[in-house]
Design a binder for this molecule. Structure first.
Ligand SMILES: [Zn+2]
Length: 542
């Protein structure tokens, strides 16, 4: 048994906000204080801040697109290291920052082997990925059939053979339209030749995922990303969810008004107000940092528009029968009015939104900037002076075309832990983490409180995983060999879904849309991953 003695404990799930407590650990999990004295190891944490470990739910750290992205950065070792580090390096960096769970946000089924090779290398953190389906011919065909059984079987099969944890929709139908040389459809415009609309795709898939009770809701990247004036269609998409459980990703990129000249102005207030009433909807922010970044996305139509505007070379790989995998180097510059507004809009949105249990900190790494910048973003959230200092030196549009300068709110430590741990764990349906209740995994981070917020969050005093200190003062001490580190909770996740799917029918349909043989598709024959820990679905229908 371990007794962590005298820490200031932050546990938003249980209403602890810095109260001094002892935390007991036994067998890699949080344990009740023993009734009778017994032998135990003591970790003295007096004066230190203790919180559940970080949970990353949207980052691009694995798979085909990242490998392609590295080609762009070969001549810039620093940017390469920050924006597209090897998967094992990224995992080590997350661990050193106090994160023990990391989800890659998008994997094409056809490239699932590449994603899982990277996930295997990410030892020391629990990890998983979401399966891209919004432009998958098989799923679109099932949606068009209006046959609920076919849709359920197809979705479950795609998730299983790709080893995915959740369903990802990226501007659904937009990839199909782009391949047909058509503009991305609006919410209610027909998607060429399919008798489907984006609204229809989103509503059907969201409903099905919730009926199945998958641990994580549909992870939705909406249409019209990155365009001035997009807050209105974004809010239409939010309303199209009809209050159902869903996760909207990197929403900073949708919080833009048109400033009257076709330029950017922040619409953070409008977006926050639109989202607030829908309690089943969670979001992550996709905060922009100043400096180099990389657009890594399946949203081909959006990136095609952006590369035309920026006149930079891109890599666009179209995946047969599915959507795309695209990469474009970016620079967010303080002197650029659009970048200044984007930076301000992200912070404004987090500061306007009342509930950090529903609004999570991400940079959509590497789209807005590297995840290693989280301590910097936390400092801006916790210190009005720190963000005012940036507003002073960037383009005046950051101040004049956003409401950031007028916001006095400063995040508390408890709110930071809610948005980086408790909230994302809940949204992922992972009940064993994100809190310090008895029975939870003993995954924790411990900080030395200090005036320099950025320094404090960049380097926890120590990080614990499964009851073992795996990192001290930024140095990773103890990482398992690559592969799925077991026992103790498993390194990978898979929802238990769709084992009875009629695969013969799906194989026949698949052979009509891709040239890869069905038994070699995605992770290969059967696609089962017996080495994965299953996360139960909430519904008996699964
Ligand atoms: Zn993303």
């Amino acid at each position: 048994m371990i007794r962590i003695r005298g820490a200031e404990v932050y546990d938003p799930a249980r209403g602890l906000d810095g109260q001094m407590r002892d935390v007991w650990v036994d067998g890699g999990r949080i344990a009740p204080a023993p009734e009778h004295p017994q032998e135990h190891q003591v970790i003295d944490a007096a004066g230190l801040v203790l919180a559940p470990a970080g949970v990353e739910l949207h980052s691009h750290v694995a798979g085909y697109a990242l490998n392609a992205a590295r080609r762009f950065l070969a001549s810039d070792p620093e940017a390469l290291d920050q924006l597209a580090p090897p998967a094992d390096v990224a995992a080590g960096r997350y661990l050193a920052m106090g994160y023990t769970t990391v989800f890659d946000a998008a994997s094409s089924p056809l490239y699932a082997r590449l994603t899982h090779a990277d996930l295997q290398a990410m030892s020391g953190v629990d990890r998983g990925s979401y399966t891209l389906m919004g432009d998958h011919r098989l799923l679109l065909r099932a949606l068009k059939s209006r046959d609920p059984a076919e849709l359920r079987d197809t979705l479950a099969w795609l998730l299983r053979v790709s080893g995915g944890y959740a369903v990802k929709l990226v501007n659904p139908g937009g990839g199909v339209a782009w391949k047909a040389d058509r503009p991305a459809p609006g919410l209610d415009e027909p998607i060429g030749g399919l008798d489907l609309t984006q609204r229809g795709i989103i509503q059907q898939v969201v409903r099905l995922v919730n009926d199945l009770g998958l641990p994580h809701a549909v992870h939705l990247h909406a249409g019209r990303l990155g365009q001035p004036g997009n807050w209105q269609p974004f809010c239409e998409t939010v309303r199209a969810l009809e209050g159902q459980r869903a996760h909207l990703c990197h929403i900073q990129f949708y919080a833009y008004a048109d400033d009257g000249t076709g330029g950017f102005a922040s619409a953070a207030g409008q977006v926050a107000a639109c989202l607030a009433p829908f309690e089943q909807v969670t979001c992550d922010i996709g905060q922009v940092l100043f400096g180099p970044a990389l657009a890594v996305t399946a949203d081909t139509s959006t990136l095609d528009g952006l590369r035309r505007r920026t006149r930079r070379p891109w890599i666009s790989r179209q995946v047969e029968g599915e959507g795309g995998a695209n990469v474009l180097p970016l620079d967010y510059l303080g002197r650029d009015p659009a970048s200044a507004v984007q930076w301000a809009a992200g912070l404004e949105l987090m500061l306007c939104f009342p509930d950090p249990l529903r609004m999570f900190l991400t940079t959509d790494h590497p789209n807005g900037g590297p995840f290693s910048a989280y301590p910097q973003v936390i400092e801006w959230l916790m210190s009005r002076a720190a963000r005012a200092e940036v507003l002073e030196r960037i383009h005046p549009a950051g101040r004049d075309k956003s409401g950031l300068a007028g916001l006095e709110r400063e995040y508390s430590l408890g709110e930071v832990f809610a948005m980086t741990s408790t909230g994302p764990a809940r949204a992922l349906g992972l009940t064993d983490r994100g809190h310090l209740g008895v029975g939870a995994l003993a995954d924790m981070r411990c900080y030395r409180p200090q005036a320099d917020i950025q320094a404090m969050f960049a380097q926890p005093a120590w990080v614990m995983r499964r009851g073992r200190i795996v990192c001290r003062d930024g140095q990773v001490l103890d990482r398992p060999a690559p592969g799925l580190d077991r026992p103790g909770g498993g390194g990978g996740f898979g929802p238990r879904v769709g084992h009875g799917a009629p695969t013969a029918r799906i194989h026949r349909a698949l052979s009509e849309v891709v040239t890869v043989r069905p038994e070699e598709y995605a992770l290969g024959a059967g696609g089962e991953r017996p080495d994965y820990r299953e996360v139960p679905c909430a519904s008996a229908a699964s």
